[in-house]
Design a protein around this ligand. Structure first.
Ligand SMILES: [Zn+2]
Length: 270
């Protein structure tokens, strides 16, 4: 069962902050400086629920370090992961759409830290900054695309491919060579039994793709992992940071995505 205890450590007041979060880093310096007094450093303790399902969303968390699994409940005592959040995003994005609660839980898979801001403060800042608005709305769109692709992946692709996609995505989010993750949590996240993860780990280790080191998984052959992953990884990577690209490139990526979807439907109905 997922832990549902919330971290209640006091939040130190943020003073000078140099964000590592991609959304914050994308802002012009003057806009970031106006936002900094509203941000507070918040520790992310491993195996905690950062945002509970059904609980009002009071704060938005810009992830600085660590990895958050967004979980959809599948029965009374279990849940599966529908997308991952790292330095690329925020927890609490539903609040940006005016939604007060979510049916999803946000579980700290890898500990780290976040910059927390009250929803009312963020809404006020967004009303004054088109750059902040574009970054956050773009992220909401990317998260929707990723959760949709994740659902499709679970239905269509082999576990080995899904595991490769997960490891690549996790590494992209945390920007670490070695990932502090356990087979148990990985099995729960991907909705499989632990022996399935263990057997696939043995195969991938045998191919020299990664090694296990005292609770860490060190990826040593990322190219091999990319060849192994299903195309969902590339589709998800394409949707990341789409908002940061020029309008021409955004339109091109969307057009190619639509074209790809149409071709797949054509092939499917034949
Ligand atoms: Zn897939």
């Amino acid at each position: 069962m997922w832990s549902d205890q919330i971290e209640s450590d006091p939040v130190p007041k943020g003073e000078t902050i140099f964000p590592r979060n991609h959304l914050l880093r994308s802002l012009p310096r003057d806009e970031l400086e106006r936002l900094v007094p509203l941000l507070h450093v918040f520790p992310l303790s491993r195996r905690r629920i950062l945002q509970h399902a059904g609980v009002p969303i009071d704060h938005v968390y810009f992830i600085e370090d660590g990895l958050i699994s967004v979980l959809a409940k599948t029965d009374d005592c279990d849940a599966v992961e529908v997308w991952l959040i790292g330095r690329d995003g925020v927890v609490g994005s539903e609040a940006l759409l005016g939604i007060e609660t979510t049916t999803l839980s946000h579980f700290v898979q890898i500990g780290g830290s976040a910059l927390r801001i009250a929803v009312r403060d963020l809404n006020c800042a967004m009303s004054k900054s088109s750059n902040l608005r574009a970054a956050l709305h773009g992220y909401v769109h990317a998260a929707l695309m990723q959760s949709s692709q994740s659902a499709a992946c679970s239905l269509k692709h082999a576990f080995e491919q899904r595991l490769a996609r997960w490891l690549l995505t996790a590494q992209d989010r945390v920007e670490l060579d070695a990932l502090p993750i356990t087979q148990e949590l990985l099995a729960r996240s991907l909705g499989v039994h632990r022996p399935t993860v263990s057997a696939t780990f043995k195969v991938l280790q045998g191919r020299g793709i990664f090694v296990k080191e005292r609770g860490l998984i060190r990826i040593v052959d990322r190219s091999a992992l990319e060849r192994l992953a299903c195309r969902c990884y590339r589709t998800m990577a394409l949707s990341r940071n789409l908002w940061q690209r020029s309008e021409t490139r955004r339109k091109l990526v969307v057009a190619l995505s639509v074209l790809g979807a149409v071709l797949e439907v054509e092939l499917w109905v034949q």
